[in-house]
Design a protein around this ligand. Structure first.
Ligand code: NDP
Length: 455
């Protein structure tokens, strides 16, 4: 075996890179990992973790209100943004430290500098060029800001976590995960929020019934949701940001946030020097073992063209480590990846949408239910919950579960196990419900609302 400085060199210490490095080192590999920004990557620093803390924070407004119907009397609640922001930052710093110790304890060499490829088996970090048998690119992604006059006034989710002042009026541009999650956060914390999406209905790729349902729920919480609305320009006048849209409409806000996708962070990495191919848009193409076109160079996470989800990057990182250093041949199953959107109420989903399932399952059976959560029988809040099960009428297998309602992510995670294990609708029916919960509805839906392929 050639004598390299490392068995594996990982570029990027986000969720996927850190997992690959730790597990590889656990198998006895000599591993280096380079990170120029923050340990833990997007998820820990400017993504999933701080976002979820903000979602918790923003829900208290309704909780204070709802508490009255349960007999609680309290003074008018008052929200102090710096407290939430700074408590969140302290927690993120604690997690940064934990990531550092996890890597140190695993025996991974952590280099807090930018690394670039200098050849198929060479990486340059600062002034040093190291040799490595394998390279893993796990550099993640970065928010995209579309071109429009005045886009320099817009922030992205990166900055939203560190605002000096909490805005009174916010415009959010985009219709994906981040746009709807931040609409809920800003609205819950007391801002007046306008959300604009360029298409007919946001959350493209999710089940249409759920998308329509959540539109109504988000609107009922006071967010001004505008579809078929494209930004024309943003102009600063004093403290105001004057936003014009192509349909002639406009709004004046204190903060414009764009949430229009994240591009793979693949530029300036020396990929050309190593001969690594990059697709249009910046994603690094990989095969099912996450190998790039160059032998011994691998890529995982947001920088490849799969799913931009933390647990997926972690699964990919695990595969790389097990395959390279434990003689296995694991691949990631991208079918039925459960996911949640922490909009308010949450969306949780596993399996295909009804629209996709219709194309592949001519005997599709659809079960659906929508109801007022029990908690709101006293509060009078109009919020509703929706649940949906898709079943293959041919063999009774449950193909998908979709939900919009409180704790949808928590509920769908468990159903994800059942669906991955191949549970049938008969198995769901044979499962005794936990009463009173919302989740029990998933095992008590008896009458389909639609059957394809029946006369
Ligand atoms: P998404 O890809 O989810 O959504 C991007 C949105 O921006 C879409 O509505 C898209 O519209 C719209 N858009 C794209 N380009 C433009 C443009 N030029 N002008 C106007 N609108 C545009 O990206 P996000 O930024 O919301 O999130 C990035 C990724 O991060 C997600 O894909 C997700 O995987 C991950 N994420 C996961 C979370 C979770 O697991 N809870 C939370 C947050 C992020 P169209 O549909 O028409 O293309």
């Amino acid at each position: 075996m050639a004598d390299y400085d490392y068995d594996l060199f990982v570029i990027g210490a986000g969720s996927g890179g850190v997992r690959a490095a730790r597990v590889a080192a656990g198998f006895g590999a000599r591993v280096g990992i380079a990170e120029e920004r923050y340990l833990g990557g997007t998820c820990v620093n400017v993504g999933c973790v701080p976002k979820k803390l903000f979602v918790y924070g923003s829900h208290f407004a309704e909780d204070f209100d709802d508490a009255r119907a349960y007999g609680w009397q309290a003074g008018a609640p008052d929200f102090h943004w710096p407290t939430l922001r700074d408590n969140k930052t302290r927690e993120i710093e604690r997690l940064n430290g934990i990531y550092r110790s996890l890597l140190d304890d695993a025996g991974v060499e952590v280099i807090t500098e930018r690394a670039i490829l200098a050849g198929p088996r060479q990486v340059r970090v600062g002034k040093r060029t190291a040799t490595t048998e394998n390279i893993l690119i796990a550099t993640g992604s970065w928010p995209v800001v579309p071109p429009f006059p005045g886009n320099e006034h817009a922030i992205t989710s990166n900055e939203a976590f560190y605002l000096d002042e909490f805005p009174e009026r916010v415009l959010i541009i985009g219709g994906g995960y981040i746009a709807v999650e931040f609409a809920g956060i800003f609205a819950g914390l007391g801002a007046s929020v306008t959300l604009t999406y360029r298409g007919e209905l946001f959350l493209r790729g999710f089940d249409e019934g759920i998308r329509r349902f959540v539109t109504d729920e988000i609107r009922s919480k006071g967010v001004d949701v505008r579809f078929e609305t494209r930004i024309e320009s943003v102009e600063r006048r004093g403290g105001d940001l004057r936003c014009r849209f192509r349909d002639g409409s406009s709004c004046v806000v204190d903060l414009v946030m764009v949430a229009t996708g994240r591009a793979p962070a693949s530029s300036g990495l020396g990929l050309e020097a190593a001969g690594v191919a990059v697709a249009e848009g910046g994603a690094i193409p990989v095969d099912r073992w996450h190998r790039t076109n160059i032998a011994h160079i691998y890529a995982i996470g947001d920088v490849i063209d799969r799913l931009q989800l933390t647990p997926v990057a972690i699964a990919e990182g695990m595969c790389i480590a097990h395959n390279l250093f434990n003689g296995e041949s694991r691949v990631v199953d991208y079918e039925r990846v459960p996911t949640a959107i922490f909009c308010q109420p949450n969306i949780g989903t596993v399996g295909p949408t009804e629209e996709e399932a219709r194309r592949h399952h001519p005997n599709l059976v659809v079960y659906e239910s929508s109801f007022k959560p029990m908690k709101h029988t006293l509060t009078g809040r109009g919020e509703r919950t929706m649940m949906k099960l898709l079943v293959d009428g041919e063999d009774d297998r449950v193909l998908a579960a979709h939900m919009c309602g409180p704790e949808a992510g928590e509920i769908i995670q468990g159903l994800g196990v059942a669906i991955t294990a191949g549970a049938t609708k008969g198995d769901f029916d044979a499962t005794i419900g936990i009463h009173p919960t919302a989740a029990e509805e998933f095992v008590t839906m008896r009458e389909p609302v639609r059957r394809l392929g029946s006369p």
